[in-house]
Design a protein around this ligand. Structure first.
Ligand code: DGJ
Length: 699
């Protein structure tokens, strides 16, 4: 990695790529190249485009790094601001570039200035050793003596090189249907992925993936994933000249920010890259997130096998029942016991209790002590569910502080799941939320928090703010601040991000929380699609995946299939263990033990999507680290009569290595090159059959 400054032309070099930008003769900061490396001397300063036609100013079709609203530019800008004299145009001119080198990263800060207004915009590019991922964000500084109103501030703008259309891969859907992959060819106009909901939510993942001819093994892909857990906007546009551009950052809907004199506004980061296959993109981002995005304490530790009570006991939790579950969970090998919703306030269903973070005295007459002691005596850690940002009107907290949630005095507040969103922009509300969690974590030695958020924002009145349009931004900053404070005070505390399943499954959450609850859909067939979409950009180890008894009557499939699917992420268990037969308990035990023996490979290895149901009648993934390769296979839910034989070509193995696989009493050894180039046939019968095969490399 290095960054070269050729007199105001910057070559950002990652392991395998170049990102090149520089100022032209007029001071406009332009994009020059992103993709394969060229000889550094071959890059030339950008030329200034003149007027194309009287209707198309040259600036509109220029490749820029951060277009602003101003002058003759009519294309959607990255930045829009209003100055105190009511001028609503920003004209940025290149001022300086600064390169700073630290141990394992190099940062380029390009400062642009709107001189008459002393507004500085610094575009930041950070590269890290060994990766092709570039972190980009912008800093906006008001050097004048009066306020500036920012109306839009994207994290970054990207110009793509090919004039042919790109295919945009979208990841999203809905609650219980997250991360479903869609492909849209962007031929003309603008494709927008946006949410105003306040949370990053289920409908789209805050990222772009733009490709040409891409497969798991080939093609050209440009991608960027935003690290932000609130409202965001991604705009992908192809103009009449064929250029595709992408803007990514905070949503500008019902948003503005008052930038006070001397103040600096920093946008969320976007992690972006160029890759030559989906596999390279995913593996690059997976390893990068572990190394540079996740909170450090647990980033490189394998995640424990967790038991979660939600689908077993719903709101009906009590000390005795949870202790019985905990005994069973420990007996099958779980390492963490998480009690989900229902333990606090007057919570018997979802209409009451949120905000009252005291232990329900009827369900837990002696507090949580007996349960926590039991869990710990069984050798497990203890986790607890919270929904810290919310309040039920039916709660002591709401009765005492009806103004503590977002609202307008003249409007009736909209209830969703019978709850309201707390106004975390109020310091006393933030403090209350922190104190409530701090008190319980401290008192009971809680090891793990599941942090849930089950509704979007509405009636976003925040009269306490000078500018209420900042509330969504400030709210998410407050969420991060509370999580960070808890982690600072309790360094061994793990926190899982959840928002009605995968409503907060993105890199902003993963910069502050240790893992993600990807979806409330635990049906294993649906789950394969959700996991597949998630795996494109997000780290495998953070994907909590429960084996449950859900849908077993509606769409029957065996435990082997269920474990096969959940073991492809961070294995967790959620069935009602108290109702299991001995045989079911043994199956759980067997698979949890197997998972423990392969989890380093799954959570930290390279992984390959070898086959999927959209193209094949088999779903197959492979995980590889130094000495081990694990193959997961599941057959198609629909076809009964064909494909008894499935052929799999492996990937990512040492071509000169010898890999041994054990089938009961038999052993077989194959060369890495054979497994990859010739492959193996597997016999599997019927729908939803599954196999997990572990290959050990000979030393
Ligand atoms: C939504 C979550 O996604 C579930 O896992 C569970 O925690 C419920 N909320 C509890 O209310």
């Amino acid at each position: 990695m290095k960054i070269i400054d050729k007199n105001g032309l910057f070559i950002i070099e990652t392991e395998n790529t170049h990102y090149v930008c520089g100022a032209d003769g007029t001071g406009l900061f332009r994009h020059i190249h992103w993709g394969k490396k060229c000889a550094p001397d071959s890059y030339i300063k950008p030329v200034v485009h003149g007027e194309k036609t009287s209707n198309v100013p040259g600036i509109d079709v220029s490749d820029t790094e951060y277009m602003t609203f101003g002058a003759a530019c009519t294309r959607t800008p990255a930045l829009k601001a209003e100055y105190p004299d009511r001028c609503r145009e920003t004209l940025l001119v290149y001022k300086s570039g600064r390169i700073t080198e630290e141990k394992d990263k190099i940062t380029l800060e390009v400062t642009l200035e709107d001189e008459p207004y002393s507004l500085e915009v610094t575009l930041c590019y950070v590269v890290r050793d060994g990766f092709d991922v570039i972190e980009r964000y912008a800093k906006i500084r008001n050097g004048a003596e009066a306020n500036v109103l920012i109306e839009k501030a994207a994290s970054a703008e990207f110009c793509l090189p090919s004039k042919r259309p790109y295919v945009s891969t979208g990841l999203g859907g809905s609650w219980v249907g997250e991360f479903r992959q869609t492909e849209t060819e962007v031929r003309s106009g603008t494709l927008v992925y946006e949410t105003h909901k306040g949370t990053s939510e289920h409908a789209f993942s805050p990222c772009f993936i733009l490709s040409q001819g891409a497969t798991e093994k080939s093609g050209e892909i440009y991608y960027g994933a935003l690290a932000w857990s609130g409202s965001y906007k991604i705009e992908i546009n192809r103009d009449f000249s064929g250029t595709t551009r992408a803007l990514i950052g905070l949503s500008d809907f019902d948003f503005s920010y008052i930038l006070h004199p001397g103040e600096q506004f920093v946008t969320p980061s976007v992690f972006c890259g160029y890759a030559n296959s989906f596999s390279d993109m995913s593996n690059g981002m997976n390893a990068f997130a572990i190394e540079h995005i996740l909170p450090k304490r647990f980033a490189k530790e394998p995640l424990p096998v967790l038991y979660n009570s939600w689908e077993a006991t719903w709101f009906d939790v009590n000390s005795e029942g949870q202790q019985s579950l905990a005994e069973k969970a420990a007996a099958i090998g779980c390492e963490m016991f998480v009690m989900d919703d229902g333990w606090f306030g007057e919570r018997s269903d979802d209409h009451a209790g949120l905000g009252d973070w005291y232990v329900n005295p009827v369900k837990f007459p002696e507090g949580l002590g007996p349960l926590v002691r039991k869990v710990k005596s069984l050798g497990m850690k203890f986790g607890l569910w919270f929904e810290p940002e919310m309040v039920n009107p039916y709660s002591d907290l709401y009765l005492a502080h009806p103004d503590g949630s977002y609202h307008y005095d003249t409007r009736e507040s909209s209830l969703l799941r019978d709850q309201l969103v707390l106004n975390l922009t109020l310091p006393e509300v933030r403090e209350h939320v922190f104190d409530s969690m701090d008190r319980l974590v401290g008192e009971y030695g809680i090891d793990y928090i599941k942090w849930d958020a089950n509704r979007p924002f509405s009636e976003t009145g925040a009269e306490n703010l000078e500018n209420p349009r900042e509330c969504r931004l400030r709210h998410i900053r407050a969420v991060y601040e509370i999580a960070d404070r808890l982690k600072e005070k309790y360094p061994d505390l793990q926190i899982e991000a959840c928002a009605s399943g995968g409503g907060r499954a993105e890199l902003g959450a993963l910069s502050h929380f240790d893992m993600i609850w990807t979806s409330d859909d635990t049906d294993p067939i649906d789950r394969l699609e959700i996991q597949h979409g998630y795996s494109l950009l997000y780290p495998i180890k953070c994907m909590r995946a429960w084996v449950t008894d859900t849908n077993r009557d509606v769409r029957p499939n065996d435990w082997d299939f269920r474990f096969n699917v959940s073991m492809q992420g961070s294995l967790s268990v959620g069935g009602n263990l108290l109702k299991f037969t001995d045989e079911e308990t043994e199956i759980h035990k067997k698979y949890i033990a197997l998972y423990k023996s392969i989890r380093n490979t799954v959570q930290f290895g390279r992984f390959y999507r070898l086959a999927d149901f959209r193209r094949d009648t088999l779903y197959a993934t492979e995980y590889v680290d130094g000495d081990k390769a694990v193959l997961f296979m599941c057959t198609d839910p629909c076809s009964f009569f064909r494909d008894k034989f499935y052929h799999v070509n492996f990937d990512g193995l040492d071509k000169d290595g010898k890999y041994t696989v054990t089938y009961g009493a038999d052993k077989a050894t194959y060369g890495g090159d054979f497994l990859m180039n010739v492959g193996l046939d597997f016999e599997m019968y019927g729908t939803l059959a599954s196999k997990i095969i572990v290959f050990e490399k000979e030393k």
